[in-house]
Design a protein around this ligand. Structure first.
Ligand code: FAD
Length: 444
């Protein structure tokens, strides 16, 4: 019987523990987490803040009790301070200062990520908020109740910043969204898509301050102003959403690290040290689109990497198939989905990248109701013809279409294979010449 310890029991840690307990018997499983709750779905934070859901209860899907019922031992509110990797011992301490020592045979590191906090003047002022934990969301919601809190500045126009800007606007606040880049969502979409989202945000009254660098926060006790290289913005609250960094505190001196500090893992999720696995936001992923190691902090990658590590820790050598970085966003009813590389990123990575695109109504024109425009762009390599990425935008729910492109990138499908692919037609859903078919047929 082997003892498997899991450090960090949020999405990745919970999924690893469930994988082990659901598929194998005879292992002793211990999970340790410093937080008081586990399995909080941060993706629901903006929906909760913007009152699009009735409360946070449904944002949890697991607990210490649920995992212990299945046979694990879970320590919450217990922080691991160090690991003796040579002797396989974990040293932790609970909130009352009680010390805990756990030996292990196999170790799964699932310590996740931490918000990036720039060293800017005024960053410690009251109401400069981070957004990661359940407690962070609770804090923001509590403060929003104060009627005098009117002006909110969101720094960072990635997914989380854009979603929160929408949530605050829904709460009738004056919202300014600042980003260093010239558009929102610049890492995931090319400009013709980001400009659609930026228009959507502007039309809903969000003040966009793009291409601006935040220099400092001013205020007495509470934050009052955000100063950028181009102007100054009134702020009763500032949300810092400029990204996340891997939490590598426990292994940074012992394990091989990626350029951003994530634990480098192989296809079995094993780190540079035998019997030590890393999963979720603290680990690298293999990116099938760039054909290289990458860091993509998403809950989807967290749970899939956890399944791989869970099986491997139990002696079943399952290999990861890699990821494409598939993602989606839905803001004021406008949906964008993407997978793989944008054209600009593919070019930057020296692919001989070109693209084909198509825009049309989703359904035949005789479908007079709920018939929205759909925009699709497919990026592929001109030399190998292999599909590298795809982006879609519509007010309709076109989200399922992107999964096919994700599989295409994983399996290195060429753009030519897509041209005559059997895609069904039904007026309720699409046109006889589906927009995917049309885009593929238009490829050079
Ligand atoms: C606002 C927001 C919205 C998001 N939306 C989406 C989305 O729509 N789709 C999506 O796929 N992803 C989304 N994400 C990303 C997703 O939440 C993360 O990728 C996911 O949480 C990663 O899970 P994880 O278990 O690897 O790490 P984490 O969630 O960071 O969990 C790590 C755990 O480790 C514990 N820990 C760390 N150090 C120690 C220690 N020394 N001792 C004990 N415990 C420790 C922490 O307490 C924590 O519980 C969102 C994130 C946020 C913040």
């Amino acid at each position: 019987m082997s003892k498997i310890a899991v450090i960090g029991v949020n999405h990745a840690g919970t999924a690893a523990i469930n994988t082990i307990l659901d598929n194998y018997s005879g292992h002793e499983v211990v999970g340790i987490d410093s937080n008081s709750n586990i399995s909080f779905l941060g993706c629901g934070m903006a929906l909760w803040i913007g009152k699009q859901i009735s409360g946070p209860e449904g944002l949890f899907y697991s607990s210490k009790e649920k995992l212990e019922e299945k046979g694990a031992l879970i320590h919450i509110e217990t922080k691991v301070n160090s690991i003796d990797f040579d002797n396989k011992v974990i040293y932790a301490e609970d909130k009352n200062g009680t010390k805990l020592e756990e030996k292990y045979d196999k170790l799964i590191l699932a310590t996740g990520s931490l918000p990036i906090v720039p060293k800017l003047k005024g960053i410690d002022l009251e109401n400069v908020q981070l957004v990661k934990l359940y407690q962070n969301a609770q804090d923001v919601i509590h403060k929003l109740q104060h009627k005098e809190l009117k002006n909110i500045v969101v720094v960072g126009a990635g997914y989380i910043g854009v979603e929160l800007a929408e949530a605050f606007k829904r709460m009738d606040k004056n919202v300014t969204l600042i980003d260093l880049m010239e558009t929102s969502l610049s890492s995931y979409y090319d400009d013709e898509f980001t400009s659609l989202m930026d228009k959507n945000l502007s039309e809903h009254g969000i003040n966009l301050a793009f291409g601006e660098k935040v220099l400092e926060f001013q205020g007495d006790k509470n934050v009052e102003k955000v100063i950028t290289d181009k102007g100054s913005y009134d702020a009763d609250m500032v949300i810092m959403a400029i990204g996340f960094r891997p939490n590598n505190e426990l292994g940074k001196n012992s394990l091989k690290l990626f350029k951003n500090g994530a634990y480098i893992v192989d296809k079995h999720q094993e780190t540079s040290m035998k019997d030590v696995y890393a999963i979720g936001d603290c680990a690298t992923v293999y990116d099938n689109a760039s054909q290289d190691l990458n860091y993509i902090a998403l809950a989807t990658n967290a749970v899939r990497s956890a399944i791989i590590a869970g099986h491997n820790a139990c002696g079943n050598p399952l290999e990861s198939v890699g990821v494409q970085g598939s993602n989606a966003i839905s803001i004021f009813g406008f949906n964008m989905v993407s997978t793989g590389l944008t054209l600009k990123r593919a070019k930057a990575l020296n692919f001989n990248a070109v693209y084909t695109e198509y825009e049309d109504l989703q359904k035949p024109a005789f479908m007079e109701h709920n018939n929205e425009k759909v925009k699709l762009k497919i990026v592929y390599d001109k030399s190998t013809r292999i599909i590298l990425g795809a982006q879609m935008a519509s007010r309709a729910d076109i989200s399922m279409g992107i999964h096919m492109f994700s599989l295409a990138i994983q399996e290195k499908v060429t753009i030519d294979k897509l041209k005559l692919l059997d895609i069904f037609f039904l007026p309720h859903f699409n046109q006889p010449f589906n927009f995917i078919t049309m885009a593929a047929l238009k490829a050079e």
